[in-house]
Design a protein around this ligand. Structure first.
Ligand code: 5GP
Length: 192
């Protein structure tokens, strides 16, 4: 049995990675399972512990780092986020594909550890549109808006380093583009 494929989904904050992720995970052909990150940020309304994230304390996060349980981790907007390694190994060894959603800095360490992974960078149709969305989502917190905008600028600058850039002007179109590339890779690995 061929090992599963690790699919990395990255892109600026508020660019619509979440909708793309949900649609891809719901597509049975893709045999795709979500890599649940650990985070120290508080749970938002509607989120479920163990589904959206593992919501952990600083002490628990520090232990995961110390015990080398994370493939990569980063600090974002005052909180820590990290990708647990064990669940990814478990899934790919069972032939399942795994979707890891990370901000741009997480992509490098994952590619280094899993060179055969495929990274997709989701770009907004325009910076102005992204700015509008960030203002809409974080309207009560100007400092957060500014931090997210600065980070988005930096992330869009490094986007050309990724081999697969997906423009999110239409979620269905973006998902179809990702699906085509992943399905081709699945066929290739099954033939090997
Ligand atoms: P949010 O707080 O909006 O859920 O996530 C903030 C950012 O952190 C998003 O861009 C998301 O993709 C990213 N993120 C979530 N989990 C991880 C992770 O495990 N590692 C890294 N590097 N980024 C993550």
């Amino acid at each position: 049995m061929a090992k599963g494929i690790v699919v990395i989904l990255s892109g600026a904050s508020s660019v619509g990675k979440g909708s793309i992720r949900e649609k891809l995970l719901a597509d049975k052909d893709m045999n795709l399972f979500f890599s649940i990150s650990e985070t120290t940020r508080p749970m938002k309304e509607g989120e479920v512990d163990g589904k959206d994230y593992y919501f952990v304390s600083h002490k628990q996060f520090a232990d995961s780092v110390k015990n080398k349980e994370l493939l990569e981790y980063t600090e974002f907007n005052g909180y820590y986020y990290g990708t647990p390694k064990a669940q990814i190994d478990f899934l790919v060894n069972k032939g399942k594909n795994v979707l890891i959603e990370v901000e741009a800095q997480g992509v490098g360490p994952i590619k280094l550890n899993i060179p055969e992974s495929i990274a997709f960078f989701v770009m907004p149709t325009s910076f102005e549109e992204l700015e509008r969305q960030i203002h809409e989502i974080y309207k009560d917190d100007e400092a957060s808006v500014q931090r997210r905008l600065n980070k988005a600028k930096m992330e869009m600058e490094i986007a050309p380093l990724f081999n697969n850039i997906v423009y999110n002007d239409d979620v269905d179109k973006a998902c179809a583009q990702i699906k085509e590339i992943v399905m081709k890779e699945m066929e290739k690995r099954n033939d090997e």
